[in-house]
Ligand binder design. Structure first.
Ligand SMILES: C[S@@+](CC[C@H](N)C(=O)[O-])C[C@H]1O[C@@H](n2cnc3c(N)ncnc32)[C@H](O)[C@@H]1O
Length: 259
């Protein structure tokens, strides 16, 4: 697993809070309210957006699960919302929920062909699942990080982060073939970023993609990693303003009322 526990830095993640909230708002728009129902948020992070979903979906109780003590530690209290430390790759709850959401977390979980059906098993009859995952495997953002991971191979014990996110077409097929599902949709949205220089991309990546490397490197080595990443990006994209078309994949499924 591309474990990031615990390379997360909530204060770094929060620097781009507005950019990160936009896809979450789009995710929420896919889901219908479940008055007095239950909500599960897989990979809830600080829980700030979990609390927003709790209110928007009008549920009575919400459970957020996350593996990062740092992210959970930055969480505020919110009535009706419980946050719990749990590795969602290996341990999912026994209960079923009226709504299940996951924002920017499945991209850290391997084996989506088997994981997605397991997650669908957490959704109550008639309930809904909505997932959003960044997916930019062919962009300089991802390729340069892989290139630098190669240079730091020894310090990383050979680790490199490779996105487990599948093609939208595959998700469309997996959902269409699942007999439990009444209705499904899969989509791709771009959240364009314009930065004055590649330093902006590095700063954004430090809140997400690079967490897997922060988790495995000493602070001084992580700083060198980030500098090498910036140089690699600059070699490819130039020293001036840069554009990054940040792609995110969305999944939505509503289950049949009766299995
Ligand atoms: C980009 S953050 C998203 C947080 C939150 N959903 C949001 O939108 O603000 C990804 C989160 O996934 C969590 N995560 C990654 N792998 C995980 C795992 N195996 N089990 C539980 N949480 C995990 C990280 O700890 C992190 O908080």
């Amino acid at each position: 697993m591309a474990s990031t526990a615990d390379g997360w830095a909530p204060e770094v993640y929060a620097r781009f809070a507005t950019d990160r909230a936009a896809p979450f708002d789009d995710l929420l728009r896919l889901v219908s309210p479940a008055r007095r129902g239950t909500l599960l948020d897989l990979g809830c992070g600080s829980g700030a957006l979990t609390a927003k979903a709790h209110v928007a979906l009008q549920v009575s109780s919400t459970l957020g699960l996350d593996a990062s003590p740092a992210m959970l530690g930055s969480a505020g209290l919110s009535p009706g919302v419980t946050l719990e430390r749990r590795d969602i790759a290996t341990s999912l709850p026994d209960a079923r929920f009226d709504r299940v959401i996951s924002n920017s977390a499945f991209n850290w979980i391997p084996g989506h062909r088997s994981y997605l059906p397991r997650v669908l098993g957490l959704v109550a009859p008639g309930g809904e699942l909505a997932v959003q995952m960044p997916s930019n495997p062919d962009s300089a953002f991802s390729r340069c990080a892989l290139e630098v991971a190669g240079e730091f191979k020894a310090l990383l014990d050979g680790f490199s982060y490779r996105s487990p996110v599948e093609t939208p077409e595959l998700y469309a097929e997996l959902l269409a073939r699942d007999a439990r599902i009444a209705e499904s949709r899969v989509g791709t949205w771009y959240y364009p970023q314009l930065h004055e220089s590649v330093a902006g991309i590095v700063a954004f990546a430090q809140g997400g993609l690079l967490s897997a490397y922060r988790a495995r490197l000493q602070p001084a080595d992580f700083e060198r990693f980030c500098a090498a990443y910036r140089d690699a990006l600059e070699r490819e994209l130039g020293a001036g303003p840069v554009f990054f078309a940040f792609r995110r994949v969305f999944l939505f499924a509503r289950l049949k009322a009766q299995a």
